[in-house]
Each structure stands twice: as structure tokens, then as C-alpha cells.
Design a protein around this ligand. Structure first.
Ligand SMILES: *Cc1c(COP(=O)(O)O)cnc(C)c1O
Length: 375
């Protein structure tokens, strides 16, 4: 008996779409290596499933935010080179060494701690040095890069595997800020030639599609591998070739006829304006469907768009299926994200209603929702 099969809300992962998307990305990147970002459980898509498929496609370097994410994958048998994007504290240095992870470093404190831990164990560690060309987050200032590289070079335990940076605005229509960053970064590449650093990388998905000058030696795409656009405003035609790899589906667990003026769910945010047929579905904010979407979204049932009504609860929400009377049954499939018949609801549709980005919609889908590979 596999109790996991009893969970009625599921995220279906279409690995054939992942294969397709990687072809689209690789065509843009040419021969350059792609280092896919699979942080935050692969943007909610299940890092183990995604990592193993990427490896089967020949990708050997993967990015996570935290060393715990990469370590969990290693323990599950994922064999890859891991770049750790976010800084950690000195006390975790030994773990980075244990697993041979490649951290991105931009502080003296972390550099010294890594060198010390490596020395103690008679090991070397490969790091990527981050320079802040305009993200305003991690990274040494451009005017400090040479000094920082010298400090790296002074530690025989430290191998500089790359110098990298990041774009805060490459998904916008006006790319002038990003172009200034590229100029800064390529100038630094020239200035640091004598250090023989093998890789300079700065491009995310947006830059892969919109800024060829930023491709350099390697690219770190995230959102686009999952078939989602970095932003709705981007108009690069190849972005339309991407196929979303996740759909979010559920089933109707209850159907009920109610009279006019029935208050629905906590706070009675919705009253029926006529006798209505109401379906209950087992998905709520405990699954990552934000309560702020209450009364604002539609789902697909019987190939039709039906309104979600009343406040979204932790575990359930209600759908007005009056339009489907006589055609709808308990157990019917409900699509929250995905396609049914000729209708489609995208993560972008939900993001717009939630005043956020598609990244947050898919990443928020909670661990309660099983990720099932489409057969
Ligand atoms: C998440 C992340 C990426 C990937 O960004 P996308 O916009 O999802 O392509 C690349 N680089 C860094 C440093 C990141 O944190």
C-alpha cells in the first residue's frame, strides 16, 4: 500500500518538456556550458527528479543556493559538480570540503575559513569569486576584485574556478543597466587575465535570451529550464518555444447544491447570488496556493473555466461549478496550473493576480504536494 498515491493534489512533472527546453536553451548558448539552477527544490519542481534528468541529458554542473540542498541531492545519489550560490558561515566550511562543493565566495571571512579548514585536512577547494557589478547583494566591489583575487592566490588551498556576477534587471525591456554591468565585467575579465581564471560567468535566463554579449564562458539558467519566462515583459521570440514542465492538478472531493445567499468559507467572502452547485477541492494555502488569491482565480473542470469562490482555506477551497450541473462528478480532475481541453492557466496568470512573479508561484508549492513524473 503506497499511501502517497492517496494524495489528490499533485504536481505533474513533464520531463519531455525539460528535454525540449534544454534544447532551446542550448541552441541559444551554442557550445557554452549551462549550469542549471535547481535551488529551492528546483523552483518547486523536485530537485531530485530534475537533477537526475539533467544529468541524463549530459549536464554535469548544477547550482543550488545552499550546501544543504546540494548535500541532500548527493545523499540521494545525484552525482554532479555543485556550485553553491549563497554565502554560508565559517562554521560550515568542513561540509563544503567534505562534499567537494564549489562555493561562490565574496567575503574575506569565508575565504579565510575555507582556506583554514582545507589546510587542516590537507585538501584544496575550488571557489568562484563573486563581483558585484550592480546586483547590490553578494560580491566584492569591482575596485576590490584584484585585491581579493590576490588574497585567494596567497592561499595554496584555494583554487579559483571562476569569477562571476549577477544581473538584477536583465529581464526588463530597457537593457541599458545590464549593458553597463557587462562592460564592467568584461573589463574586469581583461584586467584579471594574468590570473588564468578558467571561467567568467554572469548570465541568468534573461541574459541567455536577451544579452548575447553576456554569455561569456558559461550560463546559469534557472526559470527558463522549467519552461517559464523570466518576466512577462520580455519579447524575445525564442521564449515562446519554452514549454512549462509543471502542471498542478487536483480532484473534486465533494459536490453540494446550496440555496441563494449561502455564505462560502471563512469570513463569508462570497455569497451565492442564486442556487448554486459548489465543488470542494483539496488544495489550499498549506499546499502553496496563496490565500491572497481567494475569490480571484479560476480552475479548469470539464474543459471549462470555473471560479474559485470564498476564502482559500489551509487545506481546501471551493469552486462554483453551477455551469456544469449534470456534467460534473465527484472525483473529476481539476487543473489549477496547466491545460484541459482548449483552456490553459499558467503560473504567469496566477502571478499577475498575486502581484508577484511566476518564480514565486511554482517555488511556493509546498512539500505536501507530491511531484509525479508524467508517464
Ligand atoms: C537563481 C540564480 C540564477 C538563475 O536565475 P534565473 O533568473 O532563474 O535564470 C542565476 N544566478 C544566480 C546567482 C542565481 O541566484
Amino acid at each position: 500500500m503506497n499511501y502517497k498515491n492517496t494524495h489528490l493534489t499533485r504536481a505533474i512533472i513533464h520531463l519531455d518538456h525539460l528535454t525540449h527546453n534544454m534544447k532551446v536553451l542550448q541552441k541559444k548558448a551554442g557550445k557554452r556550458p549551462l549550469f542549471p539552477a535547481i535551488k529551492a527544490n528546483a523552483y518547486g519542481h523536485d530537485a531530485e527528479i530534475i537533477a537526475k534528468h539533467l544529468i541524463s541529458l549530459g549536464y554535469t554542473t548544477l547550482c543550488t543556493a545552499h550546501l544543504s540542498e546540494a548535500a541532500e541531492l548527493v545523499e540521494k545519489g545525484v552525482n554532479a559538480t555543485f556550485i553553491i550560490l549563497s554565502p554560508t558561515l565559517a562554521e560550515n566550511s568542513d561540509y563544503l570540503l567534505d562534499y567537494d562543493f564549489q562555493p561562490i565566495v565574496s567575503s574575506q571571512v569565508q575565504l579565510q575559513a575555507l582556506a583554514q579548514a582545507a589546510r587542516r585536512r590537507d585538501k584544496q577547494i575550488t571557489i568562484h569569486v563573486k563581483v558585484d557589478t550592480g546586483m547590490g547583494r553578494m560580491g566584492v566591489r569591482p575596485d576590490q576584485l584584484l585585491m581579493f583575487l590576490d588574497e585567494c592566490k596567497a592561499q595554496p588551498e584555494i583554487i579559483i574556478g571562476g569569477v562571476c556576477s549577477h544581473f538584477p534587471r536583465a529581464d526588463e525591456n530597457n537593457l541599458s543597466f545590464s549593458k553597463t554591468q557587462i562592460n564592467t565585467f568584461t573589463a574586469l575579465k581583461k584586467e584579471t587575465k594574468a590570473y588564468n581564471i578558467p571561467l567568467y560567468h554572469i548570465a541568468n535566463s534573461a541574459a541567455l535570451f536577451a544579452l548575447e554579449e553576456a554569455h561569456l564562458d558559461a550560463i546559469r539558467p534557472g526559470i527558463s529550464i522549467y519552461g517559464l519566462k523570466p518576466s512577462v515583459s520580455m519579447v524575445v521570440p525564442e521564449l515562446n518555444d519554452l514549454k512549462p514542465i509543471m502542471s498542478l492538478v487536483s480532484r473534486i472531493t465533494l459536490l453540494k447544491e446550496v440555496v441563494q445567499d449561502t455564505g462560502i468559507s471563512y469570513g463569508h467572502l462570497h455569497y451565492t447570488d442564486k442556487p448554486s452547485l459548489i465543488a470542494t477541492i483539496p488544495i489550499g494555502y498549506g499546499d502553496g496556493l496563496s490565500r491572497s488569491l481567494s475569490n480571484r482565480i479560476e480552475v479548469l473542470i470539464g474543459n471549462e473555466r470555473c471560479r474559485q469562490i470564498g476564502n482559500i482555506c489551509m487545506d481546501q477551497c471551493m469552486i462554483d461549478v453551477t455551469q456544469l450541473r449534470g456534467k460534473v462528478s465527484i472525483g473529476d480532475e481539476v487543473v489549477i496550473i496547466g491545460t484541459q481541453g482548449s483552456e490553459t492557466i499558467t503560473a504567469d496568470d496566477l502571478a499577475k493576480k498575486q502581484h508577484t512573479v511566476n518564480y514565486e508561484i511554482v517555488t511556493a508549492i509546498s512539500s505536501r504536494v507530491p511531484r509525479i513524473v508524467a508517464q
